[in-house]
Each structure stands twice: as structure tokens, then as C-alpha cells.
Design a protein around this ligand. Structure first.
Ligand SMILES: Nc1nc2c(ncn2[C@@H]2O[C@H](COP(=O)(O)OP(=O)(O)O)[C@@H](O)[C@H]2O)c(=O)[nH]1
Ligand SMILES: [Mg+2]
Length: 214
């Protein structure tokens, strides 16, 4: 998702910096594209709105249009603002709760939850020496649980044995229990992708959340 976004943004910026002078409407047009790129990358609408507004405010305040390298100044302002929005420092995962610590992966279908689950697991296991268990609660997509199992084999991280027909909440319960008895530090719960318009799946998420306090 961020790769596409950064491609889009650099495209917009290339257009800006490639020009000697900029009018205010050039800046406006670029910001409209930035806005669209952010929305298409699933950034919340009010976040996008605030973002674009503060960039414009700064751009106007610094007389971008009259400066020698207007394009670069706009790019710098957008960049600074993005850093501020995303946070300028990496936040380490907090694992200070008593083990096993549950981490619940949520997000839209195809957004990379399962892949990221394996990446986090590998990092926690190899770099932080944690004993990690991964469990797939995705019973909606046929091969989802198998996908996680295969990834687990590749990175040498244990996965909860698949029991066909078991519901997500029961899988979560079993994962916690196995993690506890097996002395695991972390249990990663890979959920099925969902949209907020899907009430049933959202309710399921809420129940898993309540059960596992991730
Ligand atoms: N380019 C790229 N592709 C990714 C990344 N993470 C996941 N994918 C791909 O996106 C697709 C969906 O990923 P998956 O982890 O199954 O998403 P999930 O549905 O949220 O579990 C797969 O084809 C992945 O190989 C990433 O960081 N970069
Ligand atoms: Mg998945």
C-alpha cells in the first residue's frame, strides 16, 4: 500500500520540481492529486482533509510560489507534514503485558495481514528471541489457514494446528490456551479481512478482541 502511495507521490512531485515557476493553481492541482492518492491508499477522510489543509497553510505562509525552487519547497512541506502525520520515530511493539501477549492483526482483505503476521513473527523470534505462536482465524477464505501454516514452516515459527470447522472465537481461545501451556511469549492472531460495513464480521472481531485483550 505504501509503495503505491509513494510512487504516486513521487510522480506528483516530479511534475512540480521539474518546473521553474509555479502558480498557486499548480500547487492546488498538485494538492488535489495528493489528496486523491491518500484517499485511494485508504487514509481516513478527515485525516486527509486536515493534512491537505495544513500543507496549504504552510505553503501559502512561506510564499512558495515566489521562491526560487517552488516545487522543492512544496515537496519539503508535504514531506515534513507526512513525517509528522505518521510519526517521526518508530514505536517498538509493546510486549510488557504478562505472556503470552496477544497481537491481533486486522485490516482489509488483501492488505497484507497474513504476510505481515509472518514478518512480525520472524522478527520477534529471531531478533528478540521470543517464542512465537501464529494462529489463523480466517475461516472465510479456503486456503487462508494453510497459507499461514506454510509461512510458519518457511520462517520456522510454530502455527496453531488447524482444526477444520472451528470458528474464529474458538480458534482464538485455543490459541491462547496452547500459548499459555506451551510457554509462548507472543501469540499472533491473523484475522480474516473485513469491511466496517460487515456487521457480523465486526462483531466477531469485537468478541476476539474482548477475549484476547491484544
Ligand atoms: N508488494 C508487496 N506485496 C505484499 C506485501 N505484503 C503482502 N503482499 C502481497 O499482497 C497479497 C495479499 O497479502 P496477504 O498477506 O495474504 O493479505 P491479507 O488478505 O490481509 O492476509 C499477497 O499476494 C502478498 O504477497 C508488501 O509489503 N509488498
Ligand atoms: Mg490473510
Amino acid at each position: 500500500m505504501f509503495e503505491t502511495l509513494s510512487d504516486r507521490l513521487s510522480g506528483i512531485f516530479d511534475k512540480l520540481t521539474g518546473r521553474g515557476s509555479l502558480s498557486e493553481s499548480d500547487v492546488d492541482a498538485a494538492m488535489r492529486e495528493v489528496r486523491r492518492a491518500l484517499i485511494e491508499a485508504d487514509v481516513a477522510l478527515d485525516v486527509v482533509r486536515t493534512f491537505v489543509e495544513s500543507v496549504k497553510e504552510k505553503a501559502v505562509g512561506q510564499d512558495v510560489v515566489k521562491s526560487v525552487t517552488p516545487g522543492q519547497m512544496v515537496v519539503k512541506i508535504v514531506n515534513d507534514q507526512l513525517v509528522e502525520l505518521l510519526g517521526s520515530e518508530a514505536e517498538p511493539l509493546s510486549l510488557s503485558a504478562s505472556p503470552p501477549v496477544a497481537i491481533m492483526m486486522v485490516g482489509l482483505q488483501g492488505s497484507g495481514k497474513t504476510t505481515t503476521t509472518a514478518k512480525i513473527a520472524k522478527r520477534l523470534a529471531e531478533r528478540d528471541n521470543k517464542k512465537v505462536l501464529m494462529a489463523s482465524l480466517d475461516v472465510h477464505r479456503p486456503a487462508a489457514q494453510e497459507q499461514l501454516r506454510v509461512l510458519g514452516e518457511q520462517i520456522n515459527v510454530e502455527t496453531l494446528p488447524i482444526k477444520s470447522g472451528q470458528m474464529p472465537l474458538d480458534i482464538a481461545r485455543r490459541a491462547l490456551k496452547d500459548a499459555k501451556t506451551g510457554g509462548f511469549d507472543v501469540v499472533l492472531l491473523d484475522t480474516a479481512g473485513r469491511l466496517h460495513v460487515d456487521d457480523e464480521l465486526m462483531e466477531e472481531s469485537a468478541q476476539v478482541h474482548k477475549l484476547t485483550s491484544p
